[in-house]
Design a binder for this molecule. Sequence first.
Ligand SMILES: *[C@@H]1O[C@H](CO)[C@@H](O)[C@H](O)[C@H]1NC(C)=O
Ligand SMILES: *[C@@H]1O[C@H](CO)[C@@H](O)[C@H](O)[C@H]1NC(C)=O
Length: 317
Amino acid sequence: MFTRSWGYLVGLSLLATCNLVSAYSLSDTIIGSNFFDAFAWEAIADPTHGRVNYVDQGTARNQNLSYASGDTFVLRADYRSYLGSGGAGRNSVRIRSWKAYTNHVAVFNVRHMPQGCGTWPAIWEVKGSNWPDGGEIDIVEGVNDQSPNAATLHTSGGCSMPGSRDETGSPTQLDCNAAVNGNSGCGVKFRNSNSYGPSFNSNGGGWYALERTSSSIKVWFWARNDGGVPAEVRNGGSNVTPGNWGTPSANFPNSQCNIASHFQEHNIVINLTFCGDWAGGVYGNSGCPSSCDDYVNNNPGAFQNAYFDFASIRVYQ
Ligand SMILES: *[C@@H]1O[C@H](CO)[C@@H](O)[C@H](O)[C@H]1NC(C)=O
Ligand SMILES: *[C@@H]1O[C@H](CO)[C@@H](O)[C@H](O)[C@H]1NC(C)=O
């Protein structure tokens, strides 16, 4: 009798443990000068045809386009040079984490993001090769200062999202297939206008968090002064439990998408391009002056605020 009820209790508590939301432990803390070791600077041609010239780490540091001090890490575009229309684009940076992750949580504490007409900044995750079969998760992305933020997946065919989901944002396209809808992917626009651009910056930025499992991909956003930011996110805790964070801004469930087969191991990529396929394509409707390339070439001073300032990135597994 004793043994049996003890076994029953153990069974019950195991069951309770399994039903509890899962916790993740801190695996990587990237703060200030850690960024220089954790990321590769990719001096590559922009696959999205931007008016940009991505430089290597040495050039970025010499030109102060990448700067670390204490808990500040700044990534910026050049804001001093006038550009000839026939030559290279504006110097900027694209960095990719050396480490790759499958199931994980990533918390980005961002004080400032690039702003200005023609800017197209992004914080995202993708595999080094094999796009779109390896999948792409855009956590922060937008163009021409137009808020709110959108989180988007891009995949190979056969991955789509239900129209109605447990999220605070609003879906745009539902098919994640990069080969349809001009590679718009399946996006979710966030509810808060301070999730992107000048209003994000004037508010002191905030936190974006991604949780990727084989059953869902979720993205949360909390503005700097949001009373609801979980303490473990605000304080960079050694464990996080996203199951306790409440409804995400964007939620991509696996009900019509086999996440485990559409997403492979991803690096974190942070880039700032100008114009190109998206920012250039919609520039004419953005309320910005002249044409995108011309504006980027001839108004260096307009890009003084085209920078990211990261307080930290923490990855949990
Ligand atoms: C910059 O980021 C966006 C992510 O949304 C991506 O689509 C684009 O290809 C990136 N550009 C470069 C050159 O990395
Ligand atoms: C480099 O950039 C940082 C961050 O924007 C700034 O604080 C610093 O004064 C700059 N250094 C120089 C030499 O311009």
